[in-house]
Design a protein around this ligand. Structure first.
Ligand code: PGA
Length: 251
């Protein structure tokens, strides 16, 4: 059975005091089966860690540099995240790709560094609106998966979650239909079979992300190849996030 992972991506939201409040509310939500993760701004890690202590909620960051240390002003390394209590890190989010020059090559470097340091990686892939409209979805997602996972072993895949996030659905309220999301998640699973084996394909958690909310989560999570969600806006609202977690528990 694949692990259902419901991960909140807080993006650039919440000061440390606000983070403590939100993380406290999330830690209090009922959660039975799904793995619940909150990926928070670097400066909120400490406050969030204290707030979720004793709960089942896991902590994650939103990016990581590929070097362990050195002259990289403004960057944060994987060993730093580990020591701060992070278990997960989001890599290759479309906002990093769009606004901060992230490439498949740097995504791969970050992924390798994170895995080597013992972090679990949520690797984001997804097509732009124009790419979907011109029939390039599979080509783009395939390239992002292959390049992002270059030189990652089958054993290391146990610590990789793939998040399919169509860029046109992120923060827009325009969710992919259940069928559109399922189709690409199934495509990614078939690709993992080609790249690795049945066993990696069958055991890798593949999330959907892009305007997942309290209303649509249960239907998306009921699809056979969707094993969780990467949730932006709705993860900042504890009641809504609670509904999504409950849907994950049932999936
Ligand atoms: P959204 O963001 O849920 O606000 O669309 C998802 C994400 O960017 O991971």
């Amino acid at each position: 059975m694949r692990k259902i992972v419901i991960a909140g991506n807080w993006k650039m939201n919440k000061t440390p005091s606000e983070a403590a409040e939100l993380a406290t509310q999330i830690a209090a939500l009922e959660n039975n089966k799904a793995e619940v993760v909150i990926c928070v701004p670097y400066v909120d890690i400490f406050a969030a860690k204290q707030a979720i202590a004793g709960s089942k909620v896991k902590l994650g960051a939103e990016n990581v540099h590929w070097e362990a240390s050195g002259a990289f002003t403004g960057e944060i390394s994987a060993p730093m995240l580990v020591e701060c209590g992070c278990e997960y890190v989001i890599i290759g989010h479309s906002e990093r790709r769009q606004y901060f020059g992230e490439t498949d090559e740097t995504v791969n470097k970050r992924t390798k560094a994170a895995l080597n340091a013992g972090l679990k990686v949520i690797l984001c892939v997804g097509e732009l609106k124009e790419e979907r409209e011109t029939g390039k979805t599979e080509e783009v997602v395939k390239r992002q998966v292959i390049e992002g996972l270059k030189d990652i072993s089958a054993e290391q895949m146990a610590n990789v979650v793939i998040a399919y996030e169509p860029v046109w659905a992120i923060g827009t309220g325009l969710t992919a239909t259940n069928e559109q999301a399922e189709e690409v998640c199934a495509f990614i699973r078939a690709l993992l079979k080609d790249l690795y084996c049945d066993c990696v394909a069958d055991s890798t958690t593949i999330q959907y992300g892009g305007s997942m909310n309290a209303k649509n989560a249960a239907d998306l999570l009921a699809m056979p190849n969707i094993d969780g969600g990467l949730i932006g806006g709705a993860s900042l609202k504890p009641a809504d996030f609670g509904v999504i977690i409950a849907a994950g528990d049932k999936a």
